[in-house]
Write a new protein. Structure first.
Length: 258
């Protein structure tokens, strides 16, 4: 059964991620997502794109075992291809985040133009707690929310509430949970009432001053992740300790560096 589908109707491409229970992205899922996004991009009848998910989380991100050496070399570029496909859509892309967006799930939202969140949703990049980093978010967050708050989120892994994310600039709108579906439909209707060609030009204009991460920048941070980070013992230890449900045993600091 497909876990990522697109339904196009009246100019709206509704992308639905439905991989219970946590909407985790493994390598097969990332490739399926990239294929579906490619199909949507090739259409000339799409004026607005909506990314939404089913279940108790929006997405818990990339599958932890797929970060490990031997898998990460394929997984990280495949996931970034999904983020690039979202951010490079000509039409406006809206993320409807109804529940926690964790790690790669938060990065999927960051790849979209507008983010509408249910009040109970949270946004976090907890990768550092596993001894790894969030490559795409490391490029997007400083530009989006400023270097100080980006450092706080990426260096501590703490979560923001939907209202905090709104104040920070990650989220565009917040709606109470019972009215969230109606609020999403309302935003889509607002966009559908506008000129599709003008919306595309407006999106291009917005990016002249604040462009999204370029493929070369993403490739560079991928190399930092794969060539340096994943050759450190703490990265592997952090991932394995999470999988084995035990506290990590970090490498002691070198006293010669103090």
């Amino acid at each position: 059964m497909p876990v990522f589908t697109a339904r196009i109707e009246n100019g709206v491409a509704r992308l639905v991620f439905d991989r219970p229970p946590l909407n985790i992205v493994d390598l097969a899922t990332a490739r399926e997502m990239e294929r579906v996004l490619g199909d949507v991009t090739a259409r000339d009848d799409v004026d607005v794109v909506l990314l939404e998910a089913r279940g108790r989380v929006f997405s818990a991100g990339v599958d932890v075992p797929d970060h490990l050496p031997g898998r990460g070399e394929q997984m990280i570029p495949a996931f970034h291809a999904v983020c690039l496909a979202l951010q490079e859509m000509a039409a406006p892309v809206v993320a409807a985040v109804h529940a926690p967006a964790i790690g790669g799930g938060c990065e999927l939202a960051l790849a979209c133009d507008l983010v509408i969140a249910a009040r109970s949703a949270t946004f976090s990049q907890p990768e550092i707690r596993l001894g790894v980093i969030a490559p795409f978010a490391s490029l997007v967050l400083p530009e989006r929310i400023g270097s100080a708050l980006a450092a706080d989120l990426l260096l501590t892994g703490r979560a923001l509430t939907a209202d905090e994310a709104l104040s920070a600039g990650i989220v565009s709108r917040v709606a109470d949970d019972p009215g969230f579906p109606a609020a999403v439909d309302g935003l889509i209707d607002e966009l559908r009432a506008l000129s599709p060609s003008s919306l595309r030009i407006a999106k291009r204009a917005l990016r002249m001053k604040h462009p999204p991460p370029r493929p070369a920048e993403i490739a560079a941070v991928e190399q930092l992740y794969l060539r340096e980070l994943m050759n450190s013992p703490d990265a592997v230890e952090g991932l394995r300790s999470f999988m084995e449900k035990r506290p990590p045993g970090w490498t002691p600091a070198d006293p010669r560096r103090t």
